[in-house]
Design a protein around this ligand. Structure first.
Ligand code: HEM
Length: 449
């Protein structure tokens, strides 16, 4: 039998903890250093586990499409043990299908189109803070605004009831905890449950906070005369087993959707605004498209289809900043990739941030060039080299919803306001953590048009 070498070990690699300190200190530097040293495939040793890092679009196609039976997404997820042992993100095979299929219709364009006006109204109701800042000539923190906007849209879409400010603040803090500490969840997998760890306790507290808010929203949802055929009622039915209705499962399913949809969408809106206001020509073109196609009335579904330039800008932002950039899989059967052994049980990781900058697939990858996505250039883009929403059967469930929300938010904001960086602020550096975040806050000045 042929034996294959294992992918080279990434450095630095300390006893027991492996690359953990380097990853926590400077993940981008660590990945870049090892890509330069080892090329597109190497092994990261991390707290007793081995992660195989892949960096070529053909690897992506292999693990997500050609050999998808061998590489399981749910079992690779670092969220398994604590949060969603039985959700869409963390299951595979039949159980995954059972959880995804009933939700799919709620994210299809035919269901979303009639929701356009309620999404618009949720976005507009997030403008109070912007109106105040414009009236008082004061600056505002962009991330806070985009976070609340996307949180409101998501909560109101799922529950069908209006979200109160303190509820959004609590859900936001619980989700922020989960996103910031996912790296600890990998460590949890290697450390027995009886070992006291503050991050385990804090995760329980975050879940407790979320549970309380969810209970209030449930109660209001029950009182309201909500639609019988809603996303919430479907989630509720999915949580009903033969014996009983399992509230824990319902909560976990809702939290899962919020986790998948909140930070991703709010960050993308954040970065679209930042890139627009830092590129004059792009800003002018988007503004002209809004003026020509939509005018001063709120946009409708047909308008969104007639705005190719805005879509190009959005694609280019998602290329440079694919907010859910890390993909985790578990290899379920010995395999080989590029002549290297991938052993059963190993975790496999790839990064859309790096795939979207692969020099063989992108010219001047660091430059912001929306024209890359113009209709006459699209055929040059390989399907597995542009993966902001993933690919294959597990492609993002909410991608149409997110694209609709982001376009609506951008149109509604720029129809009404002029934005520019406050003095001393500009396009921030990106920090690679478990998600892609700006290294520092961005304050903007705002004027009413
Ligand atoms: C700009 C916004 C968003 C981005 C960039 C994004 C990106 C992604 C990515 C990269 C994946 C993994 C796909 C794969 O493994 O191939 C994913 C999965 C998923 N996303 Fe999104 N997402 C966004 C918004 C949303 C929204 C708004 C929702 C729902 C409310 C959502 C729900 C999900 C779910 C449920 C999955 C798991 C799908 C599965 O495993 O079958 N996402 N998303």
């Amino acid at each position: 039998m042929t034996s294959y070498p294992t992918p080279p070990i990434a450095q630095p690699n300390l006893p027991l903890i492996g690359a953990l300190p380097s990853i926590l200190k400077d993940l981008a530097g660590f990945i870049d250093h090892n890509l330069t040293t080892h090329g597109d495939i190497y092994t990261i040793s991390l707290v007793g586990q081995k992660l195989i890092f892949l960096n070529h679009p053909r690897h992506v196609e292999h693990v997500k499409i050609k050999a998808k039976e061998i590489y399981h997404t749910g079992k690779g997820s670092p969220l398994t043990s604590l949060l969603f042992p039985d959700g869409i993100l963390t299951n595979d095979g039949e159980r995954w299908r059972e959880r995804r299929a009933p939700l799919q219709p709620y994210f299809n364009p035919s269901y979303l189109q009639p929701k356009l006006s309620s999404i618009k109204s949720a976005i507009q109701r997030s403008f109070g803070f912007l109106e105040d800042a414009a009236a008082n000539n004061s600056s505002f923190d962009l991330k806070t605004i985009t976070s609340y906007l996307s949180m409101r849209v998501l909560i109101e879409t799922i529950f069908g009831v209006e979200a109160q400010p303190e509820e959004m603040a609590q859900v936001k803090s619980a989700l922020d905890f989960v996103v910031t500490h996912t790296i600890n969840f990998i460590a949890h997998d290697s450390i027995p449950a009886w070992v006291p760890m503050s991050s385990r306790l804090q995760s329980k507290q975050a879940m407790h906070t979320f549970r309380n808010v969810a209970a209030k929203l449930f109660a209001r949802q029950q009182e309201s005369d909500g639609e019988a055929d809603s996303l919430f009622s479907t989630l509720k039915n999915m949580s009903r087993t033969e014996q009983k209705y399992e509230e824990d499962r319902l909560i976990s399913q809702i939290l899962e959707l919020l986790l998948a949809g909140y930070e991703t969408t709010s960050s993308t809106i954040f970065w679209v605004i930042v890139f627009m206001i830092s590129h004059d020509e792009v800003l002018q073109k988007v503004n002209s498209e809004i003026a020509d196609i939509v005018g001063i009335e709120p946009p409708n579904q047909e308008d969104l289809k007639k705005m190719p330039y805005l879509r190009m800008v959005l694609s280019e932002v998602l290329r440079l900043i694919p907010t859910a950039y890390l993909f985790w899989l578990r290899c379920m059967k010995d395999d080989t990739i590029d002549g290297y052994q991938i052993s059963e049980g190993s975790r496999v990781v790839f990064s859309a941030y790096h795939i979207h900058r692969h020099p063989q697939f992108w010219d001047d990858p660091e430059l912001f060039l929306p024209e890359r996505f113009a209709a006459n250039n699209r055929s040059k883009i390989s399907k597995s080299a542009f993966i902001p929403f993933g690919l294959g059967a597990r492609k993002c469930l909410g991608n149409q919803f997110a694209l609709m929300e982001i376009q609506l938010a951008i149109i509604l904001i720029f129809q009404r306001f002029r934005l520019e960086f406050a003095p001393g602020y500009g396009i921030p550096k990106i920090k690679l953590g478990i998600s892609l975040r700006p290294e520092k806050e961005v304050m903007l000045n705002i004027k009413r048009r």
